[in-house]
Design a protein around this ligand. Structure first.
Ligand code: AHR
Length: 513
Protein backbone atom coordinates (compact mmCIF):
# COMPACT_ATOMS: atom_id res chain seq x y z
CA UNK A 1 0.00 0.00 0.00
CA UNK A 2 1.44 3.35 -1.02
CA UNK A 3 0.68 6.94 -0.24
CA UNK A 4 2.37 10.26 -0.79
CA UNK A 5 4.01 11.92 2.16
CA UNK A 6 5.60 15.26 2.82
CA UNK A 7 8.73 15.25 4.92
CA UNK A 8 10.60 18.18 6.33
CA UNK A 9 7.67 20.03 7.89
CA UNK A 10 6.67 17.23 10.25
CA UNK A 11 3.54 16.75 8.20
CA UNK A 12 2.37 13.46 6.75
CA UNK A 13 -0.45 13.78 4.25
CA UNK A 14 -2.24 11.13 2.25
CA UNK A 15 -2.64 12.17 -1.37
CA UNK A 16 -3.90 10.51 -4.50
CA UNK A 17 -1.61 7.98 -6.09
CA UNK A 18 0.10 8.65 -9.39
CA UNK A 19 1.03 5.79 -11.70
CA UNK A 20 4.55 7.12 -12.19
CA UNK A 21 7.06 7.32 -9.35
CA UNK A 22 7.75 10.98 -8.89
CA UNK A 23 9.09 13.02 -6.04
CA UNK A 24 9.91 16.63 -5.48
CA UNK A 25 12.36 18.35 -3.17
CA UNK A 26 12.79 22.01 -2.37
CA UNK A 27 16.16 22.89 -0.89
CA UNK A 28 16.34 26.11 1.09
CA UNK A 29 19.79 27.06 -0.05
CA UNK A 30 19.91 30.36 1.81
CA UNK A 31 18.47 29.12 5.09
CA UNK A 32 21.31 26.92 6.29
CA UNK A 33 22.41 27.71 9.85
CA UNK A 34 23.63 24.52 11.41
CA UNK A 35 27.01 22.90 10.71
CA UNK A 36 27.01 19.13 10.32
CA UNK A 37 29.77 18.21 12.79
CA UNK A 38 32.29 15.91 11.16
CA UNK A 39 32.06 13.73 14.27
CA UNK A 40 28.70 12.44 12.96
CA UNK A 41 30.95 10.28 10.75
CA UNK A 42 32.73 8.73 13.74
CA UNK A 43 33.90 5.15 14.09
CA UNK A 44 34.14 2.58 16.86
CA UNK A 45 36.82 -0.11 17.41
CA UNK A 46 36.42 -2.69 20.16
CA UNK A 47 38.56 -5.59 21.30
CA UNK A 48 36.00 -7.93 19.78
CA UNK A 49 36.58 -10.71 17.26
CA UNK A 50 39.06 -9.56 14.64
CA UNK A 51 38.38 -5.85 14.83
CA UNK A 52 41.70 -5.06 16.50
CA UNK A 53 43.78 -8.22 16.06
CA UNK A 54 43.89 -9.15 12.39
CA UNK A 55 41.79 -6.16 11.40
CA UNK A 56 43.62 -3.02 12.43
CA UNK A 57 46.67 -4.58 14.01
CA UNK A 58 48.84 -7.53 12.99
CA UNK A 59 52.04 -6.61 14.81
CA UNK A 60 55.42 -5.61 13.40
CA UNK A 61 56.55 -9.22 12.79
CA UNK A 62 53.52 -10.24 10.73
CA UNK A 63 53.90 -11.47 7.15
CA UNK A 64 50.89 -9.29 6.35
CA UNK A 65 52.22 -5.95 5.03
CA UNK A 66 52.13 -3.52 7.91
CA UNK A 67 53.29 -0.10 9.01
CA UNK A 68 54.68 -0.40 12.54
CA UNK A 69 52.20 -3.21 13.21
CA UNK A 70 49.09 -1.61 11.63
CA UNK A 71 47.81 -3.28 8.45
CA UNK A 72 48.90 -1.06 5.59
CA UNK A 73 45.93 -1.94 3.36
CA UNK A 74 43.46 -1.10 6.13
CA UNK A 75 45.26 2.13 7.02
CA UNK A 76 45.18 3.31 3.42
CA UNK A 77 41.49 2.53 3.03
CA UNK A 78 40.62 4.26 6.30
CA UNK A 79 42.61 7.40 5.47
CA UNK A 80 40.38 7.85 2.44
CA UNK A 81 37.31 8.15 4.69
CA UNK A 82 38.62 11.13 6.66
CA UNK A 83 37.63 9.57 9.96
CA UNK A 84 37.02 12.34 12.49
CA UNK A 85 36.91 10.32 15.73
CA UNK A 86 37.55 6.73 16.82
CA UNK A 87 36.06 5.23 19.98
CA UNK A 88 38.03 2.49 21.83
CA UNK A 89 38.48 -0.03 23.56
CA UNK A 90 34.76 -0.88 23.85
CA UNK A 91 31.87 -1.42 24.14
CA UNK A 92 31.37 -4.05 26.76
CA UNK A 93 35.09 -4.81 26.68
CA UNK A 94 35.84 -1.34 28.11
CA UNK A 95 34.35 -2.18 31.50
CA UNK A 96 36.64 -5.18 31.91
CA UNK A 97 39.72 -3.50 30.49
CA UNK A 98 42.60 -2.55 32.75
CA UNK A 99 44.75 -0.14 30.81
CA UNK A 100 47.95 -0.79 32.76
CA UNK A 101 47.96 -4.32 31.29
CA UNK A 102 48.39 -2.76 27.85
CA UNK A 103 51.50 -0.62 28.32
CA UNK A 104 55.23 -1.37 28.54
CA UNK A 105 57.21 -4.14 26.84
CA UNK A 106 54.81 -6.45 25.02
CA UNK A 107 56.38 -9.63 26.43
CA UNK A 108 55.57 -8.43 29.96
CA UNK A 109 51.94 -7.58 29.31
CA UNK A 110 49.56 -9.91 31.14
CA UNK A 111 46.90 -11.83 29.27
CA UNK A 112 43.20 -11.73 30.07
CA UNK A 113 40.02 -13.51 29.02
CA UNK A 114 37.71 -11.46 26.83
CA UNK A 115 34.62 -12.64 28.67
CA UNK A 116 32.14 -10.62 26.67
CA UNK A 117 33.26 -11.79 23.29
CA UNK A 118 33.74 -15.52 22.95
CA UNK A 119 36.21 -16.01 25.79
CA UNK A 120 39.09 -15.19 23.47
CA UNK A 121 42.48 -14.71 25.12
CA UNK A 122 43.52 -11.08 24.90
CA UNK A 123 47.29 -10.59 25.01
CA UNK A 124 47.15 -6.81 25.42
CA UNK A 125 49.64 -6.25 22.62
CA UNK A 126 47.39 -3.46 21.36
CA UNK A 127 47.11 -0.93 24.17
CA UNK A 128 47.09 2.78 24.85
CA UNK A 129 50.18 3.64 22.79
CA UNK A 130 49.08 1.55 19.84
CA UNK A 131 45.62 3.13 19.87
CA UNK A 132 46.62 6.75 20.32
CA UNK A 133 49.38 6.45 17.72
CA UNK A 134 46.81 5.00 15.31
CA UNK A 135 44.61 8.05 15.85
CA UNK A 136 47.56 10.28 15.04
CA UNK A 137 48.22 8.33 11.83
CA UNK A 138 44.56 8.58 10.81
CA UNK A 139 44.38 12.23 11.87
CA UNK A 140 41.34 11.63 14.07
CA UNK A 141 40.35 12.43 17.63
CA UNK A 142 40.59 9.54 20.08
CA UNK A 143 37.52 8.75 22.16
CA UNK A 144 38.54 6.73 25.20
CA UNK A 145 35.86 4.63 26.86
CA UNK A 146 36.80 4.28 30.54
CA UNK A 147 36.19 1.35 32.86
CA UNK A 148 33.58 2.09 35.52
CA UNK A 149 32.01 -1.38 35.80
CA UNK A 150 35.04 -3.23 37.15
CA UNK A 151 37.68 -0.51 37.44
CA UNK A 152 38.45 1.98 40.15
CA UNK A 153 38.26 5.76 40.21
CA UNK A 154 42.02 5.83 40.75
CA UNK A 155 42.63 3.63 37.70
CA UNK A 156 40.65 5.91 35.39
CA UNK A 157 42.16 9.05 36.89
CA UNK A 158 45.66 7.69 36.33
CA UNK A 159 44.85 6.72 32.76
CA UNK A 160 43.91 10.32 32.00
CA UNK A 161 47.14 11.50 33.62
CA UNK A 162 49.18 8.93 31.67
CA UNK A 163 47.75 10.02 28.34
CA UNK A 164 47.53 13.78 28.76
CA UNK A 165 49.92 15.12 31.41
CA UNK A 166 53.05 16.82 30.14
CA UNK A 167 54.40 17.64 33.59
CA UNK A 168 56.85 15.89 35.87
CA UNK A 169 54.02 13.66 37.10
CA UNK A 170 54.28 9.96 37.99
CA UNK A 171 52.06 8.77 35.14
CA UNK A 172 53.64 11.12 32.58
CA UNK A 173 57.04 9.77 33.60
CA UNK A 174 55.81 6.20 33.24
CA UNK A 175 54.61 7.08 29.73
CA UNK A 176 58.03 8.54 28.93
CA UNK A 177 59.68 5.37 30.20
CA UNK A 178 57.46 3.48 27.76
CA UNK A 179 58.72 5.52 24.85
CA UNK A 180 56.36 8.45 24.44
CA UNK A 181 57.69 11.79 25.51
CA UNK A 182 54.92 14.21 24.63
CA UNK A 183 51.42 13.77 25.96
CA UNK A 184 48.73 12.89 23.46
CA UNK A 185 45.74 15.11 23.00
CA UNK A 186 42.68 13.28 24.26
CA UNK A 187 39.41 15.12 24.21
CA UNK A 188 36.60 12.57 24.42
CA UNK A 189 36.33 10.51 27.59
CA UNK A 190 33.46 8.09 28.13
CA UNK A 191 32.80 7.30 31.77
CA UNK A 192 31.57 3.72 31.45
CA UNK A 193 29.66 1.99 28.67
CA UNK A 194 26.14 0.57 28.79
CA UNK A 195 26.21 0.88 32.57
CA UNK A 196 22.62 -0.38 32.56
CA UNK A 197 23.88 -3.71 31.11
CA UNK A 198 27.33 -5.18 30.43
CA UNK A 199 28.88 -2.13 32.11
CA UNK A 200 27.62 -3.05 35.57
CA UNK A 201 23.85 -3.66 35.44
CA UNK A 202 23.23 -0.44 37.35
CA UNK A 203 20.10 1.56 38.03
CA UNK A 204 20.25 5.07 36.53
CA UNK A 205 20.10 6.65 40.00
CA UNK A 206 23.13 4.67 41.15
CA UNK A 207 25.07 5.27 37.94
CA UNK A 208 24.34 9.02 38.04
CA UNK A 209 26.10 9.23 41.41
CA UNK A 210 28.92 6.98 40.28
CA UNK A 211 29.37 9.04 37.12
CA UNK A 212 29.75 12.21 39.20
CA UNK A 213 32.29 10.53 41.41
CA UNK A 214 34.42 9.14 38.57
CA UNK A 215 34.39 12.26 36.45
CA UNK A 216 35.51 14.41 39.40
CA UNK A 217 38.96 12.84 39.33
CA UNK A 218 39.44 12.94 35.56
CA UNK A 219 41.49 16.11 35.39
CA UNK A 220 42.46 18.57 32.70
CA UNK A 221 46.24 18.42 32.47
CA UNK A 222 48.18 21.25 30.85
CA UNK A 223 46.39 22.31 27.67
CA UNK A 224 44.28 19.21 27.38
CA UNK A 225 40.55 19.74 27.89
CA UNK A 226 38.43 16.68 28.47
CA UNK A 227 34.95 16.36 27.06
CA UNK A 228 33.22 14.00 29.48
CA UNK A 229 30.51 11.65 28.28
CA UNK A 230 28.07 9.84 30.53
CA UNK A 231 27.03 6.33 29.58
CA UNK A 232 23.58 6.79 28.10
CA UNK A 233 20.44 4.91 27.27
CA UNK A 234 19.70 1.99 25.04
CA UNK A 235 17.12 2.69 22.34
CA UNK A 236 13.76 3.31 24.00
CA UNK A 237 14.93 3.66 27.63
CA UNK A 238 13.85 7.27 28.10
CA UNK A 239 13.91 6.98 31.88
CA UNK A 240 17.70 6.55 31.79
CA UNK A 241 18.13 9.87 29.98
CA UNK A 242 15.60 11.51 32.30
CA UNK A 243 17.41 10.44 35.48
CA UNK A 244 20.90 11.22 34.17
CA UNK A 245 19.87 14.64 32.93
CA UNK A 246 18.17 15.41 36.21
CA UNK A 247 21.02 14.28 38.44
CA UNK A 248 24.27 14.69 36.53
CA UNK A 249 23.84 17.12 33.63
CA UNK A 250 26.03 19.77 35.28
CA UNK A 251 28.93 17.31 35.37
CA UNK A 252 28.84 16.20 31.76
CA UNK A 253 29.49 17.56 28.29
CA UNK A 254 27.60 14.80 26.61
CA UNK A 255 25.45 11.75 27.15
CA UNK A 256 25.48 8.77 24.85
CA UNK A 257 22.76 6.67 23.23
CA UNK A 258 22.90 3.30 21.48
CA UNK A 259 20.54 2.31 18.69
CA UNK A 260 20.99 -0.78 16.56
CA UNK A 261 18.97 -1.79 13.51
CA UNK A 262 18.25 -5.26 14.82
CA UNK A 263 15.27 -7.60 14.82
CA UNK A 264 15.49 -8.33 18.54
CA UNK A 265 17.95 -9.30 21.25
CA UNK A 266 17.14 -13.00 21.49
CA UNK A 267 17.07 -15.68 18.82
CA UNK A 268 18.00 -15.22 15.19
CA UNK A 269 18.59 -11.73 13.93
CA UNK A 270 18.49 -12.89 10.33
CA UNK A 271 21.19 -13.37 7.75
CA UNK A 272 23.20 -10.41 6.50
CA UNK A 273 22.95 -11.61 2.91
CA UNK A 274 20.02 -14.03 2.61
CA UNK A 275 16.88 -12.02 3.15
CA UNK A 276 13.59 -11.26 1.45
CA UNK A 277 12.34 -8.01 -0.03
CA UNK A 278 9.97 -7.78 2.92
CA UNK A 279 12.90 -8.12 5.33
CA UNK A 280 14.64 -5.29 3.46
CA UNK A 281 11.69 -2.92 3.69
CA UNK A 282 11.26 -3.79 7.39
CA UNK A 283 14.93 -2.94 7.92
CA UNK A 284 14.42 0.46 6.32
CA UNK A 285 11.55 1.12 8.73
CA UNK A 286 13.51 -0.01 11.78
CA UNK A 287 16.50 2.07 10.72
CA UNK A 288 14.34 5.16 10.20
CA UNK A 289 12.81 4.71 13.65
CA UNK A 290 16.00 6.15 15.08
CA UNK A 291 14.50 9.54 14.23
CA UNK A 292 11.65 9.08 16.67
CA UNK A 293 14.05 7.73 19.31
CA UNK A 294 16.36 10.73 18.86
CA UNK A 295 13.45 13.16 19.09
CA UNK A 296 12.24 11.65 22.35
CA UNK A 297 15.66 11.66 24.02
CA UNK A 298 16.25 15.19 22.75
CA UNK A 299 12.91 16.35 24.16
CA UNK A 300 13.98 15.12 27.60
CA UNK A 301 17.31 16.89 27.23
CA UNK A 302 15.55 20.09 26.09
CA UNK A 303 13.41 20.00 29.22
CA UNK A 304 16.40 19.78 31.56
CA UNK A 305 18.87 21.74 29.49
CA UNK A 306 17.07 24.31 27.31
CA UNK A 307 20.29 26.17 26.52
CA UNK A 308 21.75 22.98 24.99
CA UNK A 309 24.94 22.73 27.01
CA UNK A 310 24.89 18.93 26.98
CA UNK A 311 25.24 17.08 23.69
CA UNK A 312 23.81 13.76 22.63
CA UNK A 313 26.28 11.24 21.18
CA UNK A 314 24.96 8.19 19.36
CA UNK A 315 28.17 6.34 20.02
CA UNK A 316 26.95 2.95 18.78
CA UNK A 317 24.65 2.45 15.79
CA UNK A 318 24.30 0.19 12.78
CA UNK A 319 22.95 -3.19 11.69
CA UNK A 320 23.25 -6.34 13.76
CA UNK A 321 22.72 -9.59 11.85
CA UNK A 322 23.51 -13.25 12.58
CA UNK A 323 27.18 -14.10 12.67
CA UNK A 324 28.37 -15.61 9.40
CA UNK A 325 28.20 -19.42 9.35
CA UNK A 326 31.57 -20.98 10.15
CA UNK A 327 32.89 -17.98 12.08
CA UNK A 328 33.66 -17.94 15.81
CA UNK A 329 30.61 -17.44 18.03
CA UNK A 330 30.74 -14.17 19.89
CA UNK A 331 32.94 -12.46 17.31
CA UNK A 332 30.04 -10.69 15.58
CA UNK A 333 31.49 -11.08 12.11
CA UNK A 334 28.83 -10.28 9.54
CA UNK A 335 28.72 -9.60 5.81
CA UNK A 336 27.48 -6.30 4.51
CA UNK A 337 25.12 -5.92 1.56
CA UNK A 338 23.55 -3.08 -0.39
CA UNK A 339 20.84 -3.16 2.32
CA UNK A 340 23.45 -2.09 4.90
CA UNK A 341 24.47 0.76 2.61
CA UNK A 342 20.88 2.02 2.76
CA UNK A 343 20.92 1.83 6.55
CA UNK A 344 24.00 4.07 6.47
CA UNK A 345 22.60 6.62 4.00
CA UNK A 346 19.18 6.82 5.66
CA UNK A 347 20.80 7.19 9.08
CA UNK A 348 23.01 10.07 7.97
CA UNK A 349 20.03 11.80 6.34
CA UNK A 350 18.34 11.70 9.75
CA UNK A 351 21.39 12.54 11.87
CA UNK A 352 22.01 15.71 9.84
CA UNK A 353 18.66 17.09 11.00
CA UNK A 354 19.39 16.90 14.71
CA UNK A 355 22.90 18.27 15.04
CA UNK A 356 21.86 21.09 17.30
CA UNK A 357 21.90 18.37 19.97
CA UNK A 358 23.36 15.30 18.24
CA UNK A 359 27.04 16.06 17.80
CA UNK A 360 28.63 12.65 17.33
CA UNK A 361 27.72 9.23 15.97
CA UNK A 362 29.99 6.16 15.90
CA UNK A 363 29.06 3.25 13.69
CA UNK A 364 29.65 -0.20 15.16
CA UNK A 365 32.26 -1.13 14.11
CA UNK A 366 35.17 -0.13 11.93
CA UNK A 367 36.59 -3.51 10.78
CA UNK A 368 35.28 -7.10 10.80
CA UNK A 369 32.56 -6.53 13.41
CA UNK A 370 28.84 -5.78 12.81
CA UNK A 371 28.27 -3.08 10.14
CA UNK A 372 31.90 -2.63 9.31
CA UNK A 373 33.69 -0.52 6.73
CA UNK A 374 36.21 -3.23 5.90
CA UNK A 375 36.46 -7.03 6.03
CA UNK A 376 39.91 -8.57 6.20
CA UNK A 377 41.63 -11.92 5.83
CA UNK A 378 45.32 -12.82 5.69
CA UNK A 379 45.48 -12.04 1.98
CA UNK A 380 43.69 -8.76 1.66
CA UNK A 381 40.68 -6.62 2.37
CA UNK A 382 37.16 -6.01 1.10
CA UNK A 383 35.54 -2.60 1.18
CA UNK A 384 31.90 -3.01 2.14
CA UNK A 385 28.92 -1.17 0.62
CA UNK A 386 28.78 0.76 3.92
CA UNK A 387 32.37 1.93 3.33
CA UNK A 388 31.29 3.36 -0.01
CA UNK A 389 28.45 5.33 1.61
CA UNK A 390 30.85 6.80 4.17
CA UNK A 391 33.16 7.72 1.32
CA UNK A 392 30.40 9.29 -0.77
CA UNK A 393 28.92 11.17 2.20
CA UNK A 394 32.17 12.57 3.58
CA UNK A 395 31.51 15.78 1.62
CA UNK A 396 28.88 16.63 4.23
CA UNK A 397 31.44 16.71 7.06
CA UNK A 398 31.57 20.20 8.58
CA UNK A 399 29.35 21.60 5.82
CA UNK A 400 26.28 23.75 6.44
CA UNK A 401 23.11 21.71 6.63
CA UNK A 402 20.46 22.90 4.16
CA UNK A 403 16.85 22.49 5.28
CA UNK A 404 14.57 20.92 2.70
CA UNK A 405 11.07 19.72 1.96
CA UNK A 406 10.48 16.37 0.31
CA UNK A 407 7.27 15.04 -1.21
CA UNK A 408 7.40 11.39 -2.18
CA UNK A 409 5.45 8.17 -2.00
CA UNK A 410 5.56 5.99 1.07
CA UNK A 411 5.13 2.27 1.58
CA UNK A 412 3.57 0.50 4.53
CA UNK A 413 5.82 -2.24 5.85
CA UNK A 414 5.62 -5.03 8.42
CA UNK A 415 4.94 -3.57 11.90
CA UNK A 416 2.79 -0.91 10.23
CA UNK A 417 5.49 1.65 9.75
CA UNK A 418 5.31 3.84 6.64
CA UNK A 419 8.64 4.12 4.87
CA UNK A 420 9.09 7.10 2.53
CA UNK A 421 10.54 5.75 -0.69
CA UNK A 422 13.02 8.59 -1.01
CA UNK A 423 15.51 9.74 1.59
CA UNK A 424 17.63 12.83 1.11
CA UNK A 425 19.93 15.39 2.69
CA UNK A 426 21.80 18.45 1.44
CA UNK A 427 24.62 20.69 2.57
CA UNK A 428 26.81 23.55 1.37
CA UNK A 429 30.54 23.34 1.97
CA UNK A 430 32.97 26.16 2.75
CA UNK A 431 33.74 26.63 -0.96
CA UNK A 432 30.06 27.11 -1.77
CA UNK A 433 29.59 23.69 -3.36
CA UNK A 434 26.19 22.13 -2.76
CA UNK A 435 26.01 18.38 -2.13
CA UNK A 436 22.73 16.51 -2.34
CA UNK A 437 22.45 12.87 -1.33
CA UNK A 438 19.46 10.83 -2.50
CA UNK A 439 18.40 7.26 -1.77
CA UNK A 440 15.73 5.51 -3.80
CA UNK A 441 14.54 2.83 -1.41
CA UNK A 442 12.20 1.22 -3.94
CA UNK A 443 13.58 -2.11 -5.12
CA UNK A 444 12.08 -2.07 -8.61
CA UNK A 445 11.05 1.37 -9.71
CA UNK A 446 12.99 4.36 -10.94
CA UNK A 447 11.99 7.68 -9.43
CA UNK A 448 11.89 10.95 -11.34
CA UNK A 449 12.87 13.65 -8.88
CA UNK A 450 12.45 17.38 -9.33
CA UNK A 451 14.72 19.35 -7.04
CA UNK A 452 13.96 23.03 -6.71
CA UNK A 453 16.96 25.13 -5.87
CA UNK A 454 15.58 28.67 -5.79
CA UNK A 455 18.24 31.38 -6.23
CA UNK A 456 20.86 28.93 -7.50
CA UNK A 457 22.38 30.09 -10.77
CA UNK A 458 24.05 27.93 -13.44
CA UNK A 459 25.79 25.01 -11.84
CA UNK A 460 27.88 22.12 -13.07
CA UNK A 461 26.50 18.86 -11.80
CA UNK A 462 28.50 15.72 -11.16
CA UNK A 463 27.70 12.69 -9.07
CA UNK A 464 28.41 9.20 -7.83
CA UNK A 465 26.02 6.28 -7.55
CA UNK A 466 26.02 3.12 -5.44
CA UNK A 467 23.71 0.37 -6.66
CA UNK A 468 23.73 -3.25 -7.76
CA UNK A 469 21.53 -5.82 -9.46
CA UNK A 470 20.19 -7.29 -6.22
CA UNK A 471 19.64 -5.76 -2.81
CA UNK A 472 21.41 -8.79 -1.29
CA UNK A 473 24.56 -8.10 -3.34
CA UNK A 474 27.77 -7.73 -1.36
CA UNK A 475 31.51 -7.73 -1.86
CA UNK A 476 33.70 -10.75 -1.19
CA UNK A 477 37.41 -11.49 -1.33
CA UNK A 478 36.82 -13.21 -4.70
CA UNK A 479 34.52 -10.49 -6.04
CA UNK A 480 35.40 -7.28 -4.18
CA UNK A 481 33.72 -4.84 -6.60
CA UNK A 482 30.17 -6.13 -6.98
CA UNK A 483 28.88 -3.08 -5.09
CA UNK A 484 31.03 -0.06 -5.84
CA UNK A 485 30.78 3.62 -6.62
CA UNK A 486 30.29 4.65 -10.23
CA UNK A 487 29.89 7.94 -12.00
CA UNK A 488 26.28 9.14 -12.08
CA UNK A 489 24.99 10.97 -15.12
CA UNK A 490 21.26 11.02 -14.44
CA UNK A 491 20.99 14.65 -13.24
CA UNK A 492 20.41 17.83 -15.27
CA UNK A 493 20.28 21.39 -13.94
CA UNK A 494 18.31 24.10 -15.70
CA UNK A 495 17.17 27.47 -14.35
CA UNK A 496 17.08 26.61 -10.67
CA UNK A 497 15.64 23.12 -11.16
CA UNK A 498 17.55 19.88 -11.00
CA UNK A 499 15.92 16.86 -12.65
CA UNK A 500 17.19 13.52 -11.43
CA UNK A 501 16.36 10.06 -12.71
CA UNK A 502 17.15 7.90 -9.72
CA UNK A 503 17.36 4.16 -10.48
CA UNK A 504 15.69 1.63 -8.20
CA UNK A 505 17.69 0.71 -5.04
CA UNK A 506 20.32 3.34 -5.60
CA UNK A 507 22.16 5.87 -3.47
CA UNK A 508 23.51 8.98 -5.17
CA UNK A 509 25.46 12.01 -4.08
CA UNK A 510 25.45 15.01 -6.41
CA UNK A 511 27.82 17.95 -6.39
CA UNK A 512 26.78 21.34 -7.76
CA UNK A 513 29.53 23.85 -8.22
O1 AHR B 1 29.10 -3.23 19.45
C1 AHR B 1 28.93 -4.44 20.12
C2 AHR B 1 28.40 -4.26 21.52
O2 AHR B 1 27.12 -3.73 21.49
C3 AHR B 1 29.15 -3.31 22.41
O3 AHR B 1 30.25 -3.89 23.00
C4 AHR B 1 28.14 -2.94 23.45
O4 AHR B 1 28.34 -1.65 23.97
C5 AHR B 1 26.82 -3.07 22.70
O5 AHR B 1 25.92 -3.82 23.40
Amino acid sequence: MKKQILIGMALVASMSLSAQKEASITIKVNEGKQTIPKEIYGQFAEHLGTCIYGGLWVGENSSIPNTNGYRTDVLNALKELKIPVLRWPGGCFADEYHWMDGIGPKENRPKMVNNNWGGTIEDNSFGTHEFLNLCEILGCEPYISGNVGSGTVEELAKWVEYMTSDGDSPMANLRRKNGRDKAWKVKYLGVGNESWGCGGNMRPEYYADLYRRYETYCRNYDNNRLYKIASGASDYDYNWTEVLMERARKNMHGISLHYYTVTGWSGSKGSAINFTDEDYYWTMGKCREVEDVLKKHIAIMDKHDPSKKVNLLLDEWGTWWDEEPGTIRGHLYQQNSLRDAFVASLSFDIFHKYTERLTMANIAQIVNVLQSMILTNDNGIVLTPTYHVFNMYKVHQDATYLPLELICEGMKVRDDRTVPLISTTASKDKDGKIHISLSNIHLDETQEITINLPDVKTKNVSGQILTSKNITDHNTFDKPDVVNLKEFKGAKFNKGVLKVTLPAKSIVTLELN
